[in-house]
Design a protein around this ligand. Structure first.
Ligand SMILES: Cc1cc2nc3c(=O)[nH]c(=O)nc-3n(C[C@H](O)[C@H](O)[C@H](O)COP(=O)(O)O)c2cc1C
Length: 341
């Protein structure tokens, strides 16, 4: 498949539950990175089918005030293409949260059965639920019964390297009423140190009739083509590469090319969107979370990152962005992954 054929494939509409998405390339959920400001930046470039929020606590969602919550907040315009991800431990809390998310007008809800961070697993949430398949399926069933909009499940391989287990979980999720799966083929608690096992995506895809999005280490367009050809997955979920290059959706699905000025413009736009949506010092802190992914695009990434990290105010930050990126430093064809895990 060439780039044009791949773009055509990515732009093929895909039914999910009772809705249809216009494209098959989606932004993966990322806590601390997939916030309202970043989603606005991605939306300005376009080319995606859906955007996922970072994970929100299902316990908190029913009572959250979007005008003060840093995570459970959105722009009205993005609701038709945004999926809110939640983590929780009980069917009831997850169902109540999903109900609120549906009432607010999101495209759908995504249930997190993939996060293997100790703080989340200790509370009985995230990937630890894959140790109790009946409970995980019960959560999906309760959420399904509570809402009529699309229900996604994001999960990973499980706690041992066993693609048959993942395929079995996929079947259980489908039987419990999930409308689509997003599968990250890594074993918990591996946090992206070992390569994901794309073959397991094929096993999951073959086990169910609902759409399956493949996720994990999609960095170059060839990776996207290979994952699609190798696994037959229905769509691609991109995380870190979309943070490094938020225009990647437009690039892969619309064949758009961008001149080197895009880096300077993007860093400045990210800073001003963060200023618009958040106050100091939180906006600066969020920029510093984004900065390793942005700087990974350049040859002297460590030096550039160090400079950005020294900023003490948003004003300071914008001056540093001008100084470093107004004439574009030497870029790398794929980002330097030593800068982020
Ligand atoms: C900083 C960071 C935060 C993440 N937060 C979440 C999250 O809130 N929910 C989730 O399901 N996955 C989360 N992930 C995992 C990603 O969704 C994705 O599965 C992973 O990064 C692999 O995809 P990639 O290789 O395209 O980055 C996070 C990943 C990163 C790097």
């Amino acid at each position: 498949m060439d780039a044009l054929g791949f773009a055509r494939y990515l732009n093929t509409p895909l039914p999910i539950g009772n809705k249809i998405i216009s494209g098959r390339m989606v932004l993966a959920p990322m806590a601390g990175l997939g916030h309202i400001a970043f989603r606005e930046l991605v939306a300005e470039f376009g080319g995606f089918g859906l955007l996922f929020t970072g994970m929100c606590s299902a316990k908190a969602v029913p009572h959250e005030n979007p005008s003060i919550s840093p995570v459970f907040c959105w722009r009205r315009q993005e609701l038709p293409y945004t999926v809110c991800q939640i983590f929780g431990a009980t069917p009831d809390t997850m169902a109540q949260a999903a109900r609120r998310i549906e009432q607010e007008g999101f495209f759908g809800v995504d249930l997190n059965f993939g996060c293997s961070v100790a703080a989340i697993c200790k509370k009985g949430c995230g990937a630890v639920l894959l140790k109790t398949p009946d409970r995980a399926a019960e959560i999906v069933a309760m959420v399904r019964a509570a809402v009529s909009f699309p229900v996604f499940v994001k999960f990973r391989m499980g706690w041992s390297d066993d693609a048959a287990f993942a395929a079995d979980m996929a079947k259980r999720f489908e039987a419990a009423g999930a409308d689509a799966l997003v599968f990250h083929p890594r074993v918990a608690p591996d946090r992206r140190t070992r390569p994901p096992k794309w073959d397991a995506i094929s096993r999951v895809k073959e086990a169910v009739t609902i759409p399956v999005f493949g996720n994990g280490n999609l960095f170059a367009i060839q990776d996207g083509m290979q994952m699609t050809a190798q696994t037959g997955c229905h769509g691609l979920s991109l995380g870190r590469m979309a943070v490094a290059r938020p225009w990647i959706f437009a690039q892969w699905t619309r064949g758009k090319s961008f001149d080197p000025g895009i880096y300077h413009a993007t860093a400045l736009r990210m800073a001003s969107l963060l200023e618009h949506h958040y106050d100091m010092p939180f906006n600066l802190k969020l920029f510093k979370k984004y900065a390793p992914y942005f700087c990974a695009n350049f040859k002297f990434s460590h030096f550039l990152l160090k400079q950005l990290n020294q900023a003490k105010s948003m004003e300071d930050l914008k001056k540093t962005i001008h100084k470093l990126f107004a004439s574009c430093p030497e870029t790398l064809s794929t980002p330097n992954r030593n800068l982020f895990l």
